[in-house]
Design a protein around this ligand. Structure first.
Ligand code: ADP
Ligand code: MG
Length: 730
């Protein structure tokens, strides 16, 4: 009998020859010699644009101003010249619709004039705006069917780049995606709005300390976790192909309990893939720097040097895309799903977030001068206060079907948002909160305390890994983001909530100063008030423990354990206030986001349920029946020979098989009924809840029975690649 399982395993045996022995280009050249060679970066702009056009683009990037039509034409011509010098034949507006992936529509530079001549052109109009078929992307009901148009509009703040796919090269232009009325339909426009909002709120606060600060920008350094496995194994698992995760599979006898994978040596094939990926990333200007094994077998991480959020988001989206393509070249597949395998660690994407100024200062980095320390304390406390007030918004931004297998599901981190700041900062905040006075002497004392802090960055090595939101010396690390997710969603919330908080802070300080209180005292008084208020969000203990759940409930912290509950918050007046007061989303856009996310959740679960049903019926059950028949025949033969007593094991096994098959039959029926019930729900939230509570539960039951059968049935008959093979075959 030839199974796809065994031919897949055979294929891997034959992969030995595949190891590329020649990495000459990447090997011999220093990274600096090709870094950013496929990016229309500052250097390329200087070379391909006339001085005044170059300066206009720079100004547009700085201020967000629009370029005139004439300048756009000049920029387009320069871009085209640069792209063609690198072998591009096509251009594409590259955007980030609410699917979470990236999208692009390719157009050729080549065109025909009205008199039939062939020319190559790229106009300013084509650079600035395009009209992809909007109807193929989710809009959450913002577009009516007769107005399906969507527009992509150039975002000059993220540089154009060249995508090298299948031997063809395309000039990709980062854009935002909007409706005919200019409503956001993507992740980028809200992100850009949140950055502008944060800048506006943070600058006046900075100017309390230094009038030279005129711009504040969020920074993001992501850490991308992923799994890698052989293409043949991937293709032999319909669940991986259709849903990105295994819906069935009995845990291997060894998984990660020996903890021997983390920082172990990287397998050779994967190492080749990583090097190839890094070279590709560096050409695209993605500053990836670290690579290592993760905790689970087959799991890895890649992280760059941090960048301005907008660019970092684009780079992460681009990375996820490039990863998949490079992996295919190596006959590997990358799994970006949050939980590809049950029973072993899932994948996340830590988002390291901070604020930086035009004067080159990291606002979350304590220093040695007193004024700098009060500024640090201001941004530190306000960020935590923002999390305290708006934790629900942050939780909603990372809610999706894949992440439900991590958050709140016995895995890092929990669904309860709390903040870890470490021992030294905890002591400091307590001192301030407990201080009786906030006079001049108190300010001095507080600043003195900060300057005596041990080096927090170095001192944070044993930091709490169970916290969803941790201060790590000079930045906050948001650990609950899912590995497959667009970072723009949580980053938009970070910017917005800190912006809102800073507006309130400035108002509070101004009020006190209006009463004649000294500036530093007014600041300390306000911070002290916040520290006392935000205490419930601070937690230094074990976030996985049962006690924390109870303690968090006592403290009044939310615990939205699944996507429907986390998203439901977006329908509240608080959410509306959050997004409309900041101007980051209009009510209409917010409703659309909620609809799109709920719809995506239901659709994903529906696909999973259908895939599971099909796999069980067409793969699992036939294999079980075959083995059952064999056992039954054996039993009959033994009976005929009068050896019935010696067939105890066979009889017992047959009984177990019958039991599990019965559970599967019941499970499938119940699953179908639950799906039908969900389909018939009156609104999307109810539907999502039904998927979450009923459909998922039946899927789990079916899986359990099938996994039990996997442990009984003759290995030769089992058609699905087993966990031990998925995780340990190299
Ligand atoms: P760990 O795995 O221990 O969290 P890493 O060194 O892998 O630490 O990750 C640190 C991440 O933090 C890197 O992606 C880095 O670029 C990022 N980072 C460092 N400083 C900042 C900053 N000021 N703003 C945003 N991200 C930062
Ligand atoms: Mg980290």
């Amino acid at each position: 009998m030839s199974h796809i399982r065994f031919s897949a395993l055979q294929a891997i045996e034959n992969r030995i020859d595949l190891l590329p022995d020649d990495f000459s280009e990447a090997e011999s050249a220093s990274i600096a010699s090709y870094f950013g060679q496929n990016v229309f970066n500052d250097d390329a702009m200087r070379r391909f644009l006339p001085e005044n056009a170059y300066l206009s683009v720079k100004a547009a990037i700085q201020s967000g101003q629009k370029l005139s039509r004439e300048v756009a034409d000049v920029v387009a011509a320069g871009m085209k010249e640069w792209a063609q010098s690198k072998g591009c034949t096509h251009f594409a507006h590259w955007f980030q619709p609410l699917t979470g992936k990236t999208a692009e529509k390719h157009d050729s530079f080549f065109t025909m004039t009205h008199d039939g001549r062939v020319i190559e052109e790229f106009t300013g109009a084509a650079l600035v705006q395009q009209e992809p078929d909007g109807s193929s992307f989710p809009s959450g009901g913002m577009r009516s069917t007769f107005e399906a148009r969507g527009y992509t509009v150039w975002d000059p703040s993220s540089p154009a780049f060249i995508m090298d796919v299948g031997g063809g090269k395309t000039l990709c232009i980062p854009t935002i995606f909007v409706t005919y009325d200019g409503l956001a339909q993507d992740y980028k426009l809200p992100l850009l709005r949140s950055q502008a909002f944060l800048d506006k709120a943070a600058v006046p606060v900075c100017q309390l300390f230094n009038p030279q600060i005129t711009k504040v920008t969020g920074t993001l350094g992501w850490e991308q976790e992923y799994f890698v496995l052989d293409e043949a194994l991937f293709n032999a698992r319909p669940d991986l192909v259709m849903t990105g995760r295994t819906l069935l599979g009995r845990p291997a006898t060894k998984h990660q309990q020996l903890e021997d994978h983390y920082f172990g040596s990287i397998p050779e094939r994967v190492y080749h893939f990583m090097r190839d990926l890094e070279t590709e990333c560096h050409r695209l200007g993605i500053p990836v720097r670290t690579r290592h094994n993760e905790v689970a077998p087959g799991q890895y991480e890649v992280a760059p040097v941090f960048e301005e959020i907008n660019v970092a988001v684009d780079h992460n989206q681009l990375l996820m895309d490039v990863m998949e393509r490079v992996a295919r070249r190596h006959k590997l597949r990358v799994l970006l799903h949050e939980k590809p395998f049950a029973g072993i660690n899932g994948s996340g994407k830590h988002n390291n977030w901070s604020l930086s100024t035009n004067t080159g200062v990291n606002l979350l980095s304590p220093g040695d001068s007193p004024s700098r320390n009060l500024r640090f304390l201001t941004f530190f406390v306000n960020t935590i206060m923002a999390v305290y007030r708006y934790a629900d918004m942050l939780r909603a931004s990372i809610a999706h079907a894949g992440n439900d297998h991590r958050l709140g599901a016995n895995e890092a981190p929990p669904a309860i948002i709390s903040v870890f700041i470490g021992e030294a900062m905890t002591r400091l905040l307590n001192r301030i909160a407990d201080g009786k006075k906030t006079d001049d002497a108190a300010v001095k004392r507080a600043l003195d305390l900060i300057s005596k802090l041990p080096n927090l960055e170095l001192d944070n090595t044993d930091r709490n890994r169970t916290s969803p939101f941790a201060f790590t010396g000079n930045k906050f690390e948001i650990r609950a983001v899912g590995s497959s997710q667009n970072c723009a969603a949580p980053m938009t919330v970070m910017n917005t909530m800190v912006g809102l908080q800073l507006l309130d802070f400035k108002r509070d300080v101004d009020r006190l100063m209006g009463k004649g209180i000294e500036k530093d005292e007014a600041i300390l008084m306000t911070l002290k008030k916040y520290i006392r208020k935000m205490k419930p969000i601070l937690f230094e203990g074990n976030n996985y423990s049962e006690e924390w759940k109870q303690e968090a409930a006592r403290r009044g912290l939310s615990n939205h354990a699944n996507t429907p509950e986390a998203l439901a918050v977006l329908a509240t007046p608080e959410a509306e206030e959050f997004y409309t007061r900041s101007g980051v989303l209009s009510k209409k856009e917010l409703d659309a986001v909620l609809n799109v996310q709920l719809h995506a959740y239901c659709t994903k679960l529906d696909i999973e349920a259908k895939t599971l049903t099909e796999m069980v019926q067409t793969l699992v059950v036939p294999a079980v029946v075959r083995y059952q028949t064999e056992l039954a025949q054996n039993l009959a033969i033994l009976k005929q020979a009068g050896l019935e007593e010696s067939a105890e094991l066979q009889r017992e096994t047959l009984k177990q098989i019958a039991q599990h098959l019965g559970a599967i039959r019941e499970g499938l029926q119940a699953l179908q009924a639950a799906q039908a019930k969900a389909h018939a729900a009156e609104d999307l939230l109810t539907e999502a809840r039904l998927y979450c509570e009923e459909v998922k539960a039946h899927m789990e039951r079916i899986r359990h029975a099938a996994d039990e059968l996997e442990g009984i049935v003759d290995d030769q008959y089992w058609p699905l690649v087993k966990y031990r093979e998925l995780l340990f075959t190299r």
